[in-house]
Design a protein around this ligand. Sequence first.
Ligand code: ADP
Ligand code: ASP
Ligand code: MG
Length: 301
Amino acid sequence: MSTKVVKFGGSSLADAEHFKKVADIVLADKTRRYVVASAPGKRFSDDVKVTDMLYRCYDMAVKGDSFSDAFKAIEERFNDIISGLGLDISLDDEFAGIKDAFAHRAGRDYAASRGEYLNSMILAKYLGFDFVDPAAYIRFNDQGQFDLDTTRTLLGEKLSGITYAVIPGFYGSMPNDTIKTFARGGSDVTGSIVANAVNAVIYENWTDVSGFLVTDPHIVDDPEPITTITYRELRELAYMGAGVFSDEAIFPAKKANIPINIKNTNKPEDRGTFIVSDTAETSRFTITGIAGKKGFSVIQI
Ligand code: ADP
Ligand code: ASP
Ligand code: MG
């Protein structure tokens, strides 16, 4: 059976209603076998992402401040999802273990990673898939650099024995087994790594826009999606601030020549953007896209 790897961002897993859309998408195609999940993102524009709540809570713990209320607010985000889905599970033991680890200063990366960890447990249960913790399989070296060769072997072996799994995005572990995260937005990287490890036919990256748009929809109204873009063009745009897909996430998929399709969880019928190694398609436009970062300039010598 050919295998698709699908990644759902925080905007696609922010609440129970979004989880239902995600399940419809995953279960509609039996080749969508490996699902990479982010932590719950914003439910409305001035909401706070669970990852940011975790960082804040951990910083309070390290300072020795009381963090019980801040932690309770995180528990509520997950409990709302569990009850909204009508699931018969409790994460209370997990919450207690994490709270204890915060008090014992288990590390800022560990703290941040718990958003993907808990959300993936819920999603695995809801889909009826296995849960695979990437800590044992996605590995960094002593210098803190991601080690694709080791990871491909470990993760490839592990997943070869599992037909359907949910894998938390955003983190792996160091040689001493402490948790290490990728940069913010790093669940995109995990999806790309899983696609590489299982030789997926495609890596679908599901988000809240209908593909990679010619520019940021928060700045320009209703920009068109780019139908097809090369890895190289996308890397340039992502690096320059087009936040929809992290530039670090290109490499593992590109290395195995796996196309990436950026799709909209809220409009699954839209074609989205295909990211490929090269394209024979001639675009209607000379310029592929426009991106920018506030306060950031590049000087080329
Ligand atoms: P996810 O939660 O799925 O990881 P992100 O918030 O990381 O989603 O990325 C999606 C967001 O990226 C969009 O809602 C949009 O505001 C922003 N964005 C910035 N530039 C672009 C672009 N060129 N094309 C699409 N989205 C963009
Ligand atoms: N949850 C992490 C973040 O907010 C990683 C991700 O969503 O990709 O950056
Ligand atoms: Mg993202």
